[in-house]
Design a protein around this ligand. Structure first.
Ligand code: ADP
Length: 398
């Protein structure tokens, strides 16, 4: 029987997955990549094979209403598609690893208990990541599972960068800047020497612009700063999160408007950012085609914040040699890239208009002081590599 390994990225309304297979003789291959989205509303399973051909587009039953049910639905589809397979390892994306987990870890009962303690630091993601681990443990108690953290890649930040300047007794409870999207940045750093060797060892700002958005400052492929901090709320304007906010606003919501902690959490994680400004959508595609002034304001603010923080990270790095766009907006929106690049012209970013419109790999002119690129991220592959390394299983994953 062939060996199989799974990579899972479980969110509040979606379960992204990759399936790797190792034949009896041969190396690991990507067999399927897909997602169940609309969990709890209109659940839908889509998957492609390793060459991008569609394997399935299926409406699922309404009973797929939470993460556990999504795992069960995925297991049913996998059994139907691949038969009685032997799963030898499961790698998970886990958003928060706190101060302790500076690298991927084999999941044990104690590790899981630790990770549950971190839920208040990432309420929008961590509970769903951990629910997937729990469900896999129940279904396949003998299969090894690995947690790969979005925070680990930023453990290289220095003491000043990590500092949240509050009293020591508060800091002792774990209040520090962690940074997120680390699996995405780690993947970009790992491919830079092949894709853009001229900047791989230099000062590079990576813009991960998706539903969640952040920037990372890399020096020689190592993270030196990031716009996300203690939680995934800081920094850039995001789909439903505001990004950097005067903490006095939070006090006002509580004391002045009398909102509960839960209501404030919902505002900060689910109702702000592009959605809160536009009151139309958190989806950049919808805002870009809208004529509403509120949509324009939301896009203007998104671009303004990204540009401002690029300037801040350029100051941290003492200059910038490379700029990389990645994730949904960064990889697919010529308009947003153009606006950010034009506003960053003072740093020496000179966009190649044609290349940008074509979503080419290098999108700056030959003369541009800052070499600018689009590099599609691949957090799932990064998790597969870590899982393989830790379990000694997937070494051949490219
Ligand atoms: P996540 O993985 O955090 O859910 P993604 O990286 O998939 O997010 O990014 C989702 C965002 O990318 C959405 O705001 C979506 O509108 C945006 N996006 C995807 N394709 C395009 C496009 N062609 N133009 C503009 N925005 C796009």
């Amino acid at each position: 029987m062939d060996d199989y390994a799974l990579v899972l990225n479980a969110g509040s309304s979606s379960l992204k997955f990759c399936v790797f297979r190792r034949p009896r003789t041969g190396s690991w291959q990507l067999e399927a990549r897909g997602q169940i989205d609309g969990i709890g509303t209109a659940p839908h399973l889509s998957a492609k094979d390793g060459h991008g051909a569609i394997l399935t587009e299926t409406k699922l039953e309404d009973s797929v209403c939470d993460g556990r049910a999504a795992i069960d639905a995925l297991a049913s589809w996998l059994r139907w598609k691949f038969g009685k397979a032997r799963v030898v390892g499961v790698g998970h994306r886990v958003v928060h690893g706190g101060a302790r987990y500076d690298r991927p870890v084999l999941i044990t009962r104690d590790v899981l208990a630790d990770l549950y303690q971190l839920i208040p630091l990432a309420p929008l993601h961590q509970p769903y990541n951990l629910a997937a681990i729990d469900r896999i443990s129940e279904r396949m108690p003998d299969v090894s599972q690995v947690a790969c953290f979005d925070t680990s890649f930023h453990q290289t930040h220095n003491a000043v960068t990590k500092l949240v300047p509050l009293p020591k007794e508060v800091r002792k409870s774990g209040v520090q800047r962690y940074g997120f999207h680390g699996l995405s940045y780690e993947y970009i750093a790992s491919v830079l020497p092949d894709v853009a060797p001229e900047i791989a060892r230099d000062r590079v700002i990576v813009a991960h612009l998706g539903s969640g958005a952040s920037l990372c400052a890399l020096e020689n492929g190592i993270s030196v700063d990031s716009t996300l901090g203690f939680t995934a709320l800081d920094g850039l304007c995001m789909g439903t999160r505001p990004g950097a906010l005067d903490p006095g606003v939070v006090l006002y919501l509580y004391q002045g408007l009398g909102l509960s902690a839960k209501e404030i959490e919902t505002i900060l994680y689910k109702k702000s950012g592009l959605l809160g400004i536009s009151e139309i959508s958190n989806d950049m595609r919808q805002l870009l085609v809208s004529d509403a002034p509120e949509a324009k304001l939301a896009i203007d603010y998104f671009v303004y914040r990204a540009t401002k923080e690029i300037g801040a990270l350029a100051a941290v790095l003492g200059g910038v040699d490379g700029l990389v766009f990645t994730a949904g907006i960064g990889e697919n929106s010529p308009e947003i890239r153009k606006r950010i690049c034009e506003a960053s012209a003072w740093l020496g970013v000179q966009l190649d208009t044609e290349a940008n419109l074509k979503n080419a790999s290098r999108i700056s002119t030959r003369q541009s002081k800052v070499s600018t690129w689009i590099i599609p991220t691949n957090e799932e592959l990064m998790i597969a590599r870590h899982t393989g390394a830790l379990l000694g299983l997937l070494q051949a994953v490219a």
